[in-house]
Design a protein around this ligand. Structure first.
Ligand SMILES: Cc1cc2nc3c(=O)[nH]c(=O)nc-3n(C[C@H](O)[C@H](O)[C@H](O)COP(=O)(O)OP(=O)(O)OC[C@H]3O[C@@H](n4cnc5c(N)ncnc54)[C@H](O)[C@@H]3O)c2cc1C
Length: 476
């Protein structure tokens, strides 16, 4: 076993609390944290400590960015071969395959602060959806962005005119509240909120179940009303988008800002031990042991965090996690039914497809010229159903939507089964959980806030802030 001690030179100022300024570092020093570098550890001019962040999903990347902008050296350890965690894109035969259907809502407040939208080259979806119900498609549209489409949809069977007015009043209700208020408001399951607001069973079954059920991977809409209100507000204020280079462009942008040498891929952490000190010992699967003087931020997904924390936090969550399957098909661009960047929802209450869209209609960069990329999402993992069977069922169902001849020409490209897509966020929830486990040990991830890109980014910043506060290093 190799033991690598990071900046463990005897500290001339043992209490960081007494001299905060002494711990402000040059960002370049982050690079020196790599365990493969040979550090002149006894040189007194070297920075004395650093932070270890475990997990380079959005939460870990946000924590690392926050530390970096406060000139705190850190090392970011990631088990897999790339950054992003659940936000990854594979390139297959010239197609960009996001690992599951994911969208960036531009109004996410933390994302707006942290990300450079312009360089993500965001491509917009149509603000509404086309719903398959009773053998036909019906449009629902945002009246502020597509007034005439919305007016025409007033009499369609997706909901009554009253339902459509209620959507307007829900919009006013959520816009009147701050995000803080929304995330800490009294909560009920989303389904209970919708019924209380007076929405009819028709619009709940035909629109809310496939739309919000698809966002939460929860067709029963048991997810907290806090999350519903938060997402509804963001949808009202922003656009649904895809980065032109794939959803992984988001974490890649955050990673590109980090100092070179501060990120180690293929570095799985197997344990974190405090050993009664405030400087946890981090053991890697390859046998390396790292020590950090300022503390450790565990930024892994909830099930992995439970293992690493080994009983140091409260009871293990028992609610079922949220799962999804995403199937990709290819077609010739002239062999798809529409060219619009619109999301299709299954409002029929039958079948296994929840939603689908033609990714190349939203961002043509998602496929080679002349080729269309079809993305189909199911909710659940479909254990016991083979990939071939799933492909067969999906194709059969979509033949009923778009016609047999057209769909028969689509070719299956890849299937992603995502067992852990999101933590369960049914009431009771605490969407502002304290990131501090104890002095020197912090957690972040979407399970501490809202299970969204934004929640993960917020949680990373908060964990870093909490660490800086404990060490009396006020964030700049
Ligand atoms: C299919 C799908 C669709 C989604 N759609 C949306 C959407 O449209 N909009 C939205 O806002 N949100 C969406 N989400 C949710 C969003 O992606 C997550 O909430 C968010 O990305 C979680 O980020 P995280 O950093 O908390 O966790 P993760 O992304 O899970 O990152 C954790 C990281 O820790 C690493 N790790 C784990 N264990 C170890 C270890 N022992 N040592 C080192 N590293 C380790 C993992 O490899 C991973 O990189 C979707 C999620 C999925 C799966």
């Amino acid at each position: 076993m190799t033991t690598i001690t990071i900046f463990s030179v005897p500290c001339t100022n043992p209490s960081p609390l007494s001299s905060p300024k002494r711990f402000r570092f040059n960002p370049q020093s982050s690079a020196q944290l790599s365990p493969t570098s040979s550090l002149p550890l006894q040189t007194p001019s070297l920075p004395k400590t650093g932070v270890i962040v475990i997990g380079a999903g959005l939460a870990g990347l946000a924590a690392a960015n926050h530390l970096n902008s406060n000139n705190i050296p850190f090392l970011l350890l990631e088990a897999s071969d790339a950054v992003g965690g659940r936000v990854r894109t594979d390139i297959v035969d010239g197609f960009l395959l996001d690992r599951g259907f994911q969208i960036l809502i531009t109004a996410y407040p933390e994302a707006r602060k942290l990300l450079n939208y312009q360089s993500l080259d965001l491509q917009k979806f149509y603000s509404g959806a086309r719903i398959f119900y009773d053998g036909q498609f019906h449009t629902v549209a945002d009246p502020l962005r597509h007034f005439w489409d919305s007016a025409k949809s007033l009499t369609n069977p997706i909901g009554s005119p009253l339902d459509k007015l209620l959507i307007g009043s829900t919009r006013i209700r959520v816009l009147a509240k701050s995000d803080e208020e929304i995330l800490a408001a009294e909560e009920v399951p989303t389904i209970a909120l919708l019924k209380k607001l007076g929405f009819s069973d028709s619009i709940i079954g035909r629109f809310f179940r496939p739309f919000f059920g698809g966002i939460f991977f929860d067709p029963d809409l048991e997810t907290t009303s806090r999350l519903f209100d938060f997402v509804f507000k963001c949808l009202a204020l922003g656009d649904n988008t895809l980065p032109a280079r794939g959803i992984s462009a988001i974490p890649e942008q955050l990673a590109a800002r980090l100092p070179s040498g501060s990120l180690l891929l293929n570095s799985k952490v197997v344990s974190v031990d405090l050993n009664g000190s405030e400087t946890p010992l981090v053991r890697l699967q390859n046998g390396d042991v790292l020590r950090s003087k300022l503390g450790v931020i565990i930024a892994v997904e909830e099930p992995a965090a439970v293992q690493l924390l080994a009983g140091r936090t409260g009871p293990v969550p028992k609610k079922p996690v949220r799962s999804t399957v995403c199937l990709y098909f290819t077609a010739n661009r002239d062999k798809i039914p529409v060219q619009d960047p619109v999301l299709f929802l299954n409002g029929s209450g039958k079948g296994i497809v929840n939603n689908m869209f033609f990714a190349t209609n939203v961002a043509s960069s998602y496929g080679p010229p002349d080729k269309a990329l079809v993305s189909v999402s199911l909710i659940g993992v479909f254990e016991g159903v083979s990939d071939d069977e799933l492909v067969g069922k999906v194709i059969e169902e979509l033949r009923g939507w778009f016609g047999g001849r057209m769909v028969a020409e689509w070719k299956h490209l890849r299937t992603y089964r995502i067992g852990f897509a999101q933590p369960n966020q049914c009431p009771p929830t605490d969407l502002k959980k304290n990131p501090r486990v104890e002095s020197g040990l912090y957690v972040c991830g979407d399970y501490l806030t809202s299970a969204t890109f934004d929640g993960a980014l917020v949680s990373g910043r908060r964990a870093s802030e909490s660490l800086l506060k404990d060490r009396a290093l006020s964030p700049s």
